[in-house]
Design a protein around this ligand. Structure first.
Ligand SMILES: *[C@@H]1O[C@H](CO)[C@@H](O)[C@H](O)[C@H]1NC(C)=O
Ligand SMILES: *[C@@H]1O[C@H](CO)[C@@H](O)[C@H](O)[C@H]1NC(C)=O
Ligand SMILES: *[C@@H]1O[C@H](CO)[C@@H](O)[C@H](O)[C@H]1NC(C)=O
Length: 489
């Protein structure tokens, strides 16, 4: 039993509607990317959520196929959501995946008018994987001084990345505040609860389902989340925003560095992928039109069928044979699989992809049939915070009761404490509240909306036991083996 007081930014009025889709566990962690590298091994590791029918060539039809599960809470959502994984590289050169806490949240926010559903077959990529430096000012210039025209999409996409330093005991940082990973020493000193990685997707579309670079059929409006769309990009999609939390705090005091799986220690090349996999575009449209409760809770949308966490948790994809021996959780030589670290500031260059086009394996990494300690922590941590994700009510003091009712079977107190997991409600309102922190009230008003922010203290209680988490993990492990005998753990 553990009580935590968290400072929560709470939206009081004037917010646009939104909902947040919890995808509490990943369906897998693997070198797959059906958008960028269809049909072949991807050149870096992704953490993937959503439809269980995910493979190297997944399409809308595959993701939504009869009988496919989803790791997201709403059963009508079989979309695929993925981002690079985060690693910690010890000074001796070996690396482990940073435990991910609570899976992923995919926000659907309505910043613009006349929001249209993503069509069936729609997919997109956000971010620029080759970037290794953010050359803008920190913090961002006030929105009022941003370009009035959305001409420079590269400039905008850099500002659609966020590396949020989590410390639930302090005032929450706004979303999309920092556009690079901070120094490790800064994280050690300040980010006591880990880092939240954020990426916002372009929400202006030209009507195409995809494009050669998987980006140019969509564009950011001039203020990233909202504002003016470029000419020819007149369709307004929801502002899709991913959050993933990583227990970087677990490595406080350790000598080494963090790096994203594409060899990026800076974070500037963070990116995300999305394949629309809703039951139908019509259904998503209906949800966008009717699910406008300010709470953002999926429970407040009558259209959504919500599955139990335990069910969502069982959803994993089948590991392709060619990847089934790959241990992407813990390896001896750098980050998997032979991806070179590229520090910038110049753009990263292409590197050979191990296992593809005749490129051979790097030095064999330590493989074991049992999960490594980091891998099992990984599961426990995900579990621990999964439960917390059930509590979305950040607005009121009822929060504390709710949190305890959800947090009944996760990880031990020690594990919870070790990961410094707290039920920070700021996670949920971060996007909206950030507009008040980033933007002055004046600017917001100039842009046609009035937003007010209040800071309130919310007490959260987490109750947890270790054995059940271990059991759950064991079951999940068996389940994975039953499906493909693969090396997901
Ligand atoms: C490198 O250091 C880490 C942390 O001390 C340790 O867990 C790991 O086994 C070491 N790797 C090698 C190859 O010695
Ligand atoms: C909106 O959400 C709040 C908080 O979850 C809930 O109490 C209320 O009943 C919801 N309103 C509607 C119309 O669903
Ligand atoms: C940032 O500056 C470095 C060094 O001058 C340069 O190589 C890099 O391309 C710049 N990045 C951007 C996004 O302008």
């Amino acid at each position: 039993m553990r009580s935590t007081t968290a400072a929560a930014l709470t939206l009081v009025s004037g917010a646009h509607a939104f909902w947040r889709m919890p995808c509490r566990t990943e369906t897998g962690v693997a070198r797959m990317d059906p958008i960028v590298d269809p049909g072949q091994i991807a050149d870096h590791v992704h953490t993937i959520a959503g439809s269980g029918n995910f493979h190297m060539e997944s399409t809308y039809a595959d993701l939504t196929a009869e009988g496919a599960c989803t790791s997201c809470a709403v059963t009508q959502d079989h979309s695929a959501y993925w981002t690079p994984a985060l690693y910690f590289v010890y000074s001796n050169g070996s690396s482990v995946i940073v435990p991910q806490i609570g899976g992923m949240l995919a926000y659907y926010l309505y910043y613009m008018d006349n929001v249209k559903a993503f069509p069936e077959g729609f997919q997109m990529l956000a971010g620029q994987r080759d970037l290794r430096s953010f050359n803008g000012s920190f913090p961002d210039e006030p929105l009022s001084s941003w370009p009035q025209e959305p001409d420079d999409q590269k400039w905008l996409s850099q500002r659609a990345l966020g590396f949020n330093c989590l410390n639930y005991g302090a005032t929450a940082e706004p979303s999309l505040y920092r556009h690079e990973l901070p120094e490790k020493s800064y994280m050690d000193a300040n980010c006591k609860d880990g880092m939240r990685l954020e990426i916002g997707f372009p929400s202006c579309g030209n009507g195409e389902l995809d494009s050669d670079d998987h980006q140019s059929h969509v564009a950011y409006p001039n203020l990233v989340k909202e504002g003016k769309c470029p000419e020819g990009y007149d369709i307004h999609y929801p502002f899709l925003f991913f959050e993933t939390i990583w227990a970087t705090n677990k490595f406080a005091g350790e000598d080494g560095e963090f790096a994203l799986s594409h060899g990026d220690p800076t974070g500037a090349g963070y990116h995300g992928d999305f394949i629309m996999g809703w039951e139908s575009s019509d259904f998503l449209q209906k949800a966008l039109d009717t699910c406008q409760n300010q709470s953002g809770r999926i429970e407040d949308c009558a259209l959504f069928d919500i599955q139990e966490d335990s069910k969502a948790d069982q959803c994993s994809f089948e590991m392709p044979e060619v990847l089934s021996d790959e241990d992407v959780m813990s390896i001896q030589d750098g980050i998997p699989m032979g991806v070179p670290m590229q520090y910038g500031p110049a753009d990263a260059t292409k590197y050979p992809c191990v296992g593809r086009d005749g490129h051979s394996e790097p030095t064999k990494s330590a493989k074991s049939s049992k999960p490594s300690s980091s891998a099992s922590d990984y599961g426990l941590l995900s579990k621990a915070s999964s439960a917390l994700f059930g509590d979305d009510d950040s607005k009121s003091s009822e929060g504390s009761d709710k949190a305890s009712s959800y947090g009944s079977s996760t990880a031990s107190d020690a594990e919870v404490a070790a990961a410094s997991i707290t039920a920070s409600p700021s996670i949920y309102d971060a996007v909206d509240s950030s507009s008040a922190n980033i933007v002055s009230t004046k600017t917001v008003t100039e842009n046609g909306e009035v937003v007010e922010i209040a800071i309130e203290e919310v007490d959260m209680t987490v109750t947890a036991t270790a054995s059940q988490a271990a059991d759950d993990k064991y079951r999940r492990h068996l389940h994975n083996h039953k499906r493909h005998g693969g090396a997901r753990l």
